[in-house]
Design a protein around this ligand. Structure first.
Ligand SMILES: NC(=O)CC[C@H](N)C(=O)O
Length: 364
């Protein structure tokens, strides 16, 4: 069955459908990871986006029961060069095509993903429409242009209720903007009890749990779309150690008076080199972000840059000069991608230990 991808600039790609039928609209982005499509498709930070995989062969190991990063996909489509329906892996349980059909997500194959990626790199990310219908292109472009931009992605993917994963170690409240499972898995491995709370939970409600630390998760969309979380973080600063990942990192910056901006085409892939400024060491990081903290906005705040992207010099990590607060723009929880930065979870535990020892009046 035929499928089409139409971009805002009127480019039309014709390919073959391998997922659900219908129509879907989203921001078209590209990810350069060679593997890890299951984790990428289920990363809630892709809510509202049409994901293009630049690696030319996708699907050959299927999907398995262990590698989901959330219960469902919130992506608005998958674009690949060559789709392989026959999955050769002992863990395989379902092909991407069958799974996308279950999830109601359109997949399109046979696309010149190199041409598409070059276009996005040149012009910046664009919105696109995926369809399996035969409607005239002009009608589809009109619909695409007139459709409103999404601003409620976090509300869509954040937990609706409070969950506790009991454990006997440190108690961490996870402010959930669309958290990937591996953040919880990594905290659990270190003995943490994790209490996941909706993104709009107030500082008072969070502190009532008497947490040892707060984890601000990854999440989709523009951090400025969740002003309530920025206010909450302002109130939490200094009261308890905070670790922010990706969206969480951007929200810490905004809460401390710095600014964020949209990148031309974002960073999405499994091998982004990042320099740790304190040691001069380079770590290879998995990334998925379209916004970034602007370097000049750190001036005059109590934040300092700790990590810089080696590809384009953007800010990849910050810490607070007075409080135990730090964050990174990339993904220390990996999944998919290299594990160079996993140590940051242990660093968070150390911060919580040190803070507890200081015997501060934590709970106002
Ligand atoms: N993975 C994330 O948390 C992404 C953060 C934010 N939605 C961005 O695109 O920059």
């Amino acid at each position: 069955m035929k499928a089409r991808l139409i971009l805002e600039d009127r480019t039309e790609f014709i390919g073959t459908s391998f997922g659900a039928k219908g129509e879907s609209l989203g921001e078209v982005v590209f990810n350069t990871s060679m593997t890890g499509y299951q984790e990428i498709l289920t990363d809630p930070s892709y809510c509202g986006q049409i994901i293009t995989m630049t690696y030319p062969l996708i699907g050959n190991y299927g999907l398995n029961r262990d590698d989901y990063e959330s219960l469902k996909s919130n992506a608005h489509g998958l674009v690949v060069r060559e789709y392989q329906e026959f999955a050769s892996n002992w863990r395989n349980e379902i092909s991407i095509g069958d799974w996308l059909k279950e999830q109601g997500i359109i997949g399109i194959s046979g696309i010149d993903t190199r041409m598409l990626t070059r276009k996005l790199r040149k012009h910046g990310v664009m919105r696109g429409l995926l369809t399996t219908s035969d409607e005239p292109t002009d009608v589809l472009i009109e619909r695409l242009k007139n459709s409103p931009h999404m601003h409620d992605q976090v509300a869509r993917v954040s937990t609706k209720s409070i969950h506790i994963s009991p454990n006997s170690g440190k108690r961490v409240v996870l402010l959930d903007f669309g958290a990937k499972h591996n953040i919880k898995r990594k905290l659990a491995e270190l003995g943490c009890e994790v209490i996941s709370v909706p993104y709009h939970t107030s500082a008072t409600e969070i502190l009532r749990f008497r947490p040892d630390g707060i984890m601000l998760s990854n999440g989709p969309g523009d951090p400025k779309d969740v002003p309530e979380a920025i206010e909450t973080i302002k109130e939490l600063l200094g009261k308890v150690p905070i670790f922010g990942i990706c969206m969480g990192h951007q929200l810490i910056a905004l809460a401390c008076g710095a600014d964020t901006d949209k990148l031309k085409f974002g960073h999405r892939g499994g091998n982004h080199p990042v320099k740790e400024l304190e040691t001069g060491r380079t770590v290879i990081t998995p990334q998925n972000h379209g916004y970034a903290v602007t370097h000049e906005s750190l001036e005059g705040t109590l934040l300092e840059a700790t990590h810089i992207a080696l590809n384009d010099g953007t800010v990849e990590g910050i810490c607070h000069k007075e409080y135990p607060v730090f964050s990174v723009q990339y993904h220390p929880e990996f999944a998919p991608g290299p594990r160079d930065s996993e140590y940051l979870f242990a660093h968070f535990i150390n911060l919580m230990d040190a803070f507890a020892k200081k015997g501060e009046e934590v709970y106002a």
